[in-house]
Design a protein around this ligand. Sequence first.
Ligand code: NAP
Length: 291
Amino acid sequence: MSAIIIDGNAIAKVVRAKWKERVVRLREEGVQPGLAVLIVGSDPASQIYVRRKVKACEDLGIHSERHEFSATAAEEEVLDRILQLNVDPAIHGILVQLPLPAHFRSRRLLEAIAIEKDVDGFNLYNVGALVAGDTIFPPCTPYGVQCILEYSRIPISGQNVVVVGASNIVGKPMAMLLMRQEATVAICHLKTRDLAQFTILADILVVAAGKPNLITAPMVKTGAVVIDVGINRMPNGRLVGDVDFDAVARKASYITPVPGGVGPMTVTMLLVNTIKSAERIAKVDIARESA
Ligand code: NAP
């Protein structure tokens, strides 16, 4: 068997084109969706991610603002900016680029973001809503994976899904989203004994551990769908995922490459969440005006 290689860039292009039309409609109604990105310090990877997000906003006609703070900034300074953005009518989405420098309490900052502008979906309200099956803003990376599966017409209901990685950003919300779509989900982490005994059962295997070559061909069921979320920079500068791509591609039915798989979808879903937020806030404003 040779897997179909899922082209995340191509799917992202289709999704962005569809949502661009909604931006055009909003702008005709006098609303320009707006995203504020807060970045603290000069972590090179974070700088690249933020640049990509801002550029993607420009391409779709979304207003974007970059709020930069030095690594030595006080937490209160960032907190104050979040509170200002919470009431700024030009801003519909606020995100704090993670990771933050060690002296910051990330949770405190994430909790300060207004629930209706929490386009990353990390505020506890949105986390709880995701668990209850009713979230407004699914976290962008798992939401991107869900979108990839939908566009590739891969059935989810009744499938055995194994998620390798249990972070708050990827693994846990991924499991919740797919469970909501009636999959049977197992979550594995660093302390999972004999990872392969779980992965081999997966009809859909989502890997987000940040460990190159963690998943090898014998660990994968023939015909499985393999979604590689991992991004690892090798000593030679090459980017790879968590999956031994060449060997697993010979056994799987579908596989995402790294780069060019999940990555482009993460930024795309951030745009989608920001546009949705602008639509929601515009609706609330109209309802208020006509009350
Ligand atoms: P993280 O916070 O470091 O979490 C990694 C998770 O993987 C943890 O739950 C950890 O288990 C688990 N893990 C680590 N080694 C393992 C092993 N040998 N076997 C089983 N589980 C193991 O990382 P993250 O933020 O979730 O990101 C994961 C990867 O996805 C990284 O490579 C990151 O760069 C990438 N990523 C990509 C995108 C994208 O857009 N493509 C977006 C976000 C993240 P414990 O909980 O037990 O420690």
